[in-house]
Design a binder for this molecule. Structure first.
Ligand code: URA
Length: 435
């Protein structure tokens, strides 16, 4: 078999066989197929697409390119969730302890962020000493004893995806539905959970700008998961404005803690309850979503979910004091209030620009080796649909450097647009697929 023939076949719009896809994934992972040929194939797939069978084969080949986590030593059905990434997305920080508090075994693999703000792991490092660098043995023990563990991906998990994603990132081939679906699902399948709930974002701050594309991506991933025996469901959620109010790292942890205390933003809570209910029904912890919601609300209201967060932080080496006193989280030294330039209604907040603003403050990574400032961030005060008077504070910025603050302020001002006429609040949950 020759890589050249595989590239030409896909370039001409033909369907690749399982053997050809396996040949490519093995060869590229082992280094016998060079980057330039892999790039050409990625571009051909970008333009010609892949059918269901091709996408499923690519996913399984990538999943099996490295270690597959064996979670059989954990009792019961294990659940995982995944978000395609959004601005202010701190869902995992709320949802994982909340789900664990009703008895769902949460075994989650998370990543660091490359982009606007840190990923879940970076955010969790706001708790001094917290580490996701735990052995498989501790990971399994923690899920069995306290119901929750979050680990970083092991070095040898889905090496094919690591190489391919890095290549796609620099060759303009990230936003292809079969490539995204296989990349995400290969990691989820290798991570071993029985029940997977995907949060597919759509809107200005998401990979999938339109709802139709988000639905296509979600349907593709749900099919892949269910076909290999993992109960997979997807929620399509709005990312035409940031989720909740906080965007950054420690500031998002604070908002997550507030939510577990019953004082969080409505949209964030709604998303957590929606995903949590699907996890509960999928794992058999609840009979239906109505019962699941009742259980989740009960554990939120009686403080069990907050206590679970503290237990989880401590089990992974962290100091849990900030769970009960958020002033102990990293704090920035400069505070700035962005004012509305006119009377009107907030018609749009370009999430992507809010994310860039967080990055300019120092809260995100520009390259994979840059360090991030956990204390900086943004607190949105006016969201889409809110009425404003000229001079009202629409957002607060927390910074540690005046120059970075100035750059961030102009980015954030440009993210907001206003109208003279009232604006309807956007719907957060657009669709549920496979639930
Ligand atoms: N996230 C991933 O893990 N892979 C992609 O291809 C896109 C988003």
């Amino acid at each position: 078999m020759r890589m050249y023939d595989i590239i030409v076949k896909k370039r001409n719009g033909e369907v690749l066989s399982d053997e050809e896809i396996a040949f490519f994934v093995k060869g590229y992972t082992q280094g016998t197929i060079p980057d330039y040929q892999a790039s050409a194939l990625m571009m051909a797939i970008y333009f010609q697409g892949m059918n269901e069978q091709e996408t499923a084969t690519l996913t399984m080949e990538m999943a099996h390119s490295g270690d597959m986590l064996d979670l059989s030593a954990i009792k019961g059905l294990k659940a995982d969730k995944h978000s395609t990434g959004g601005v202010g997305d701190k869902t995992s920080l709320v949802l994982t302890p909340l789900a664990a508090s009703i008895g769902i075994p949460v075994a989650k693999m998370s990543g660091r962020g490359l982009g606007h703000t840190g990923g879940t792991i970076d955010k969790l490092e706001s708790f001094p000493g917290f580490s996701t660098d735990i052995s498989e043995e501790i990971f399994i023990k923690n899920v069995n004893t306290i119901g929750i563990a979050i680990a970083g991906q092991t070095k040898n998990m889905t090496p094919a995806d690591k190489k391919l994603y890095a290549l796609r990132d620099v060759t303009g081939t990230v936003d292809s539905i079969p490539l995204i679906a296989s990349s995400i699902m290969s990691k989820k399948l290798a991570a071993g959970a029985d029940v997977i709930v995907l949060d597919v974002k759509t809107g200005s701050g998401a990979f999938m700008k339109t709802e139709d594309d988000a639905v296509r991506l979600a349907e593709e991933m749900v099919k892949i998961g269910n076909n290999v025996g993992r109960k997979t469901m997807a929620v399509i959620s709005n990312m035409d404005e940031p989720l909740g109010y906080a965007v950054g790292n420690a500031i998002e942890v604070k908002e997550a803690i507030d939510t577990l205390n019953g004082r969080g933003p409505e949209d964030l809570l709604e998303l957590c309850l929606t995903i949590g209910s699907l996890m509960a029904v999928g794992t058999g912890v609840a009979a239906d979503v109505t019962q699941a919601r009742e259980l989740l609300m009960q554990k939120l209201n009686d403080g069990s979910a907050l206590k679970k967060l503290a237990e989880f932080v401590e089990a992974q080496g962290g100091d849990s004091s900030p769970v009960y006193d958020t002033s102990l989280l990293p704090q920035a030294s400069i505070h700035y209030e962005l004012k509305a330039p006119r009377d009107g209604y907030v018609v749009h907040i370009q999430s992507e620009r809010v994310g860039i603003c967080a990055m300019k403050l120092g809260g995100g990574r520009e390259t994979k080796d840059s360090s991030i400032d956990l204390s900086v961030g943004i607190l949105i005060r006016k969201k889409v649909g809110d009425a404003v008077r000229a001079g009202d504070t629409v957002a607060e910025l927390y910074a540690n450097d005046e120059n970075k603050l100035q750059a961030a302020v102009s980015e954030l001002s440009a993210a907001y647009s206003y109208s003279d006429t009232p604006v309807e609040k956007p719907r957060l949950i657009k669709r549920i697929i496979g639930g």
